[in-house]
Design a protein around this ligand. Structure first.
Ligand SMILES: [Zn+2]
Ligand SMILES: [Zn+2]
Length: 351
């Protein structure tokens, strides 16, 4: 297969800082779209992967899966995009297309295994897929999203992972009018979750350990914000919540929050704490509570989320950086020192 050399930012090993490198992209197949990458968000899972914290990182690695750009070339059979269109690529770039889950627009559960936008076996070129910290992306049109023109492109990039990660469970568990929805943690995921749950019509209560974020939660649209370290405040919410979205990526006591659920309520994990969490039997047995999880969403639902965000003018709160600042950004991300998502201006790669 013919390939093209492009510039990217990546690394060959856990302890090597990210740096400029050349990678190959395939020449277009009939259903492929090529896009020039304009912006790419930085997700916590990029950090996990470059540090090999989930195991199985394939080096060299080029992270990035919140990709927004403009179509520069299309294959001869591409019907959904034309040159000049805005386009985006999120976590999923391929799947079998035939199994019951792919047929149901749930590619994230594909029986054959999905191909992720980076650090996934590349079916066409061998080795690993390379993500969005790069000049261009090439992908089958069925996995490319349309970006509504009204959205701020840089601030829309985080919707491709953070946005769908929270939209999918909020929709599945029917956040909406008459529902008390708790959001646990205000970071990259949590701050977008507040905006989306509010736009869905839910009564949004944010739980945070940080006094400074109590104020920010209100600015982001929360109806109430609770300092979770204050036992008296917490007591008032016992048996009050229909649903809690848990976005915390560090070890924490979920039992405290399971007690805040109404009978039949669900607590859904979308954060990825590296250590196991402990659950007391009574936290779920009493009140028939459910403890569940959710991970990203399918392509059709990702498009639906982008259109929903355009309709309600929702984007992420971002700090725009140049690609040369990437290693500092990862250090700050590790400390939680970002409000609330870093996005890289990928045109800086040309300099
Ligand atoms: Zn992500
Ligand atoms: Zn499949």
């Amino acid at each position: 297969m013919k390939t093209k050399n492009i510039k990217a930012f990546g690394t060959e090993a856990v302890n090597v800082p990210l740096h400029s490198m050349n990678i190959k992209r395939r020449e277009l197949m009939p259903h492929d779209v090529e896009m020039e990458i304009l912006y790419c968000g930085i997700c916590h899972s990029d950090l996990h992967q470059i540090k090999n914290e989930f195991g199985g990182t394939m080096f060299p690695i080029v992270p990035g899966h919140e990709i927004v750009g403009r179509v520069t070339k299309v294959g001869e059979h591409v019907a959904k995009f034309k040159v000049g269109d805005l386009a985006a690529v999120g976590c999923i770039v391929d799947s079998c297309g035939k199994c019951e889950y792919c047929v149901d627009d749930l590619e994230q559960f594909c029986d054959g295994g999905v191909t992720f936008s980076f650090n996934s076996p590349d079916k066409h070129l061998g080795g690993a897929t390379y993500g969005g910290f790069s000049e261009t992306y090439v992908c089958n049109e069925n996995y490319v999203l349309h970006v509504p023109e009204s959205l701020d492109l840089a601030a829309a990039a985080p919707l491709l992972c953070a946005g769908i990660t929270v939209y999918s469970p909020l929709k599945h568990w029917q956040a909406g009018p008459g529902k008390n929805v708790g959001i646990l943690g205000i970071g990259g995921l949590g701050h977008v979750a507040i905006k989306i749950a509010k736009a869905m019509g839910a009564h949004v209560v944010v739980f945070t350990t940080s006094p400074s974020k109590v104020k920010d939660a209100k600015r982001l649209g929360a109806d109430e914000a609770v300092l979770s370290t204050d036992a008296d405040q917490m007591k008032r919410y016992i048996r009050k919540m229909h649903f809690i979205l848990d976005t915390v990526s560090a070890k924490h006591d979920v039992n405290t929050y399971l007690h805040l659920l109404k009978p039949n309520g669900s607590l859904v994990l979308v954060g990825l704490p590296p250590e196991p969490l402990e659950i007391n039997a009574f936290s779920v047995v009493s009140g028939r509570h459910s403890f569940s999880g959710s991970n990203i969403g399918g392509i059709a639902e990702t498009q639906e989320m982008l259109d929903f965000c355009a309709k309600h003018n929702i984007t992420a709160d971002i700090e725009l950086i140049k690609v040369q600042q990437i290693n500092d950004a990862f250090i700050r991300l590790q400390k939680g020192d970002v409000k609330y998502r870093f996005v890289i201006d990928m045109t800086s790669l040309k300099k």
